[in-house]
Design a protein around this ligand. Structure first.
Ligand code: PMP
Length: 428
């Protein structure tokens, strides 16, 4: 496949943009280097690059694009909002409508605040938890990614792990000292950490279904155990549902799993493809936030009508009957197909799936935590990724990222993909 224009643009981009990309996970560094693909436009489940090549998109912009590209309802909502002015600096009715829409389905978010990204949402839940508890330390699970604020770039999965920098430079030791990491799905380790530091812990950050070293489900009783232990020590449970909310069902992973956190952070899908984040939780906790309380958080762009209108349209589309069943069916078809092909061609793989999202790991061992995911064969993934790219199938350039099926994918797209992967597994 000819990607000469992308190659030329990558040279140009590197002259003015650091690393040629505006988010490091877009670089192809972890898959052997080379130019990332410069896209010109998207349409439904497809992308078209600057050289005119078509790709089926399983990247979904790292999660948000649950309806694929250029969804008509979302685009119309955005244009309407844009014509009315994209920013007011005053409250709007849209914000009430959207907050209500979210709280109706995620009732643990009794009070909500909109921000501009998942990073901001998580960062603020930590500040609020510290204000509420008067404690400083937090616990996070190794390999989970919670955005790029200082506190959470310790043992961070996703982009940081992909690029071999899970513990970012530029973060003072005094800040890193406030973060304790334990393995996901290991309640004994969690109990031991809480026994040791429990009275200093403000909150635990949890991806209830891990989406940042593939897809990893919590083992039976794990999240319930985390809730009990955390509350017994007077600390708060924060769910980072930036990836998981509205991904597997209309609501959060907390709805799916039947567990309730004290606070929740959202992002990605709720913005319908525009920048957004949101955080919320119990009223007595959220009352810490200014103007009601002493914990400050603000945003010039927060709650802007374009993002909110896109979010309302996106969730509206997700409410249509059969939406999640279809994504689940297509996800299963593709994932089962891949597993079967890999086995027939003699490749050892483990497949973790939830609904339309799944991870294909090149390993013969189960993947239940970050250590398991780290042990996956990255070189083999890199070859797999590049071969698939030449077949017109786009994944994230990282062995740690998931495949996302959207409402725009069709059974024909899945069978096209499986024909391509059949050739790729054979060549691998
Ligand atoms: N939390 C999780 C679970 C995420 O996956 C991400 C982004 N990958 C973030 C937070 C940060 O969100 P954003 O990139 O919008 O700042």
């Amino acid at each position: 496949m000819n990607r000469q224009t992308s190659e030329r643009l990558y040279e140009q981009a590197q002259q003015v943009i650091v690393g040629g990309v505006n988010s490091p996970s877009r670089s192809f560094k972890a898959v052997g280097g080379g130019a990332p693909v410069f896209m010109e436009r998207g349409e439904g489940a497809y992308f078209y690059d600057v050289d005119g090549n078509r790709y089926i998109d399983y990247l979904a912009a790292y999660g948000p694009l649950i309806h694929g590209h250029g969804n008509k309802h979302i685009a119309e909502a955005i244009s309407k909002a844009a014509l009315n002015g994209t920013l007011y600096g005053t409250p709007t009715t849209l914000e009430i409508d959207f907050a209500t829409m979210i709280r109706d389905v995620i009732p643990s978010m009794e009070k909500i605040r909109f921000v501009n990204s998942g990073t901001e949402a998580v960062m603020t839940t930590i500040r609020v938890a510290r204000a509420y508890t008067g404690r400083n330390k937090i616990i996070k699970f190794a390999g989970c990614y919670h955005g790029h604020s200082d506190l959470v770039l310790v043992a961070a999965g996703s982009g940081p792990s992909t690029l071999g920098i899970p513990d970012s430079a530029g973060i003072p030791q005094s800040i890193a000292d406030d973060v304790i990491t334990v393995p996901f799905n290991d309640l004994d380790a969690y109990q031991a950490a809480m026994d040791k530091w429990g009275d200093q812990i403000a909150a635990v950050l949890v991806e209830p279904i891990v989406g940042n070293f593939g897809i990893v489900m919590p083992e039976h009783g794990f999240l319930q155990g985390v809730n009990e232990i955390t509350h017994a020590h007077g600390a708060l449970v924060i769910y980072d549902e930036v990836i998981t909310a509205f991904r597997f069902m209309y609501g959060g992973a907390q709805n799916l799993l039947g567990v309730t956190p004290d606070m929740t952070a959202l992002g990605k899908i709720i913005g319908g493809g525009l920048p957004i984040g949101a955080y919320g939780g119990r009223v007595d906790i959220m009352e810490q936030v200014a103007p009601l309380g002493p914990a400050y958080q603000a945003g010039t762009m927060a709650g802007n009508p374009a993002s909110i209108a896109a979010g309302i349209a996106c969730l509206g589309e997700l409410q249509k009957p059969g939406t999640y069943e279809r994504m689940n069916d297509l996800g299963r078809l593709l994932a089962e197909g891949l597993k079967d092909q890999a086995r027939r061609h003699g490749h050892k793989v483990t497949l973790n799936r939830c609904g339309g999202a799944f991870a294909l790991y090149f390993t013969d061992r189960p993947v239940k935590n970050y250590e398991d995911a780290k042990a996956v064969d990255g070189d083999k993934f890199a070859r797999f990724f590049k071969l698939l790219l030449d077949e017109g199938i786009l994944l994230a350039p990282s062995k740690y990222e998931a495949w996302f099926v959207s409402t725009a994918h069709t059974p024909e797209d899945i069978s096209f993909t499986l024909q391509a992967t059949e050739r790729v597994f054979k060549a691998l």
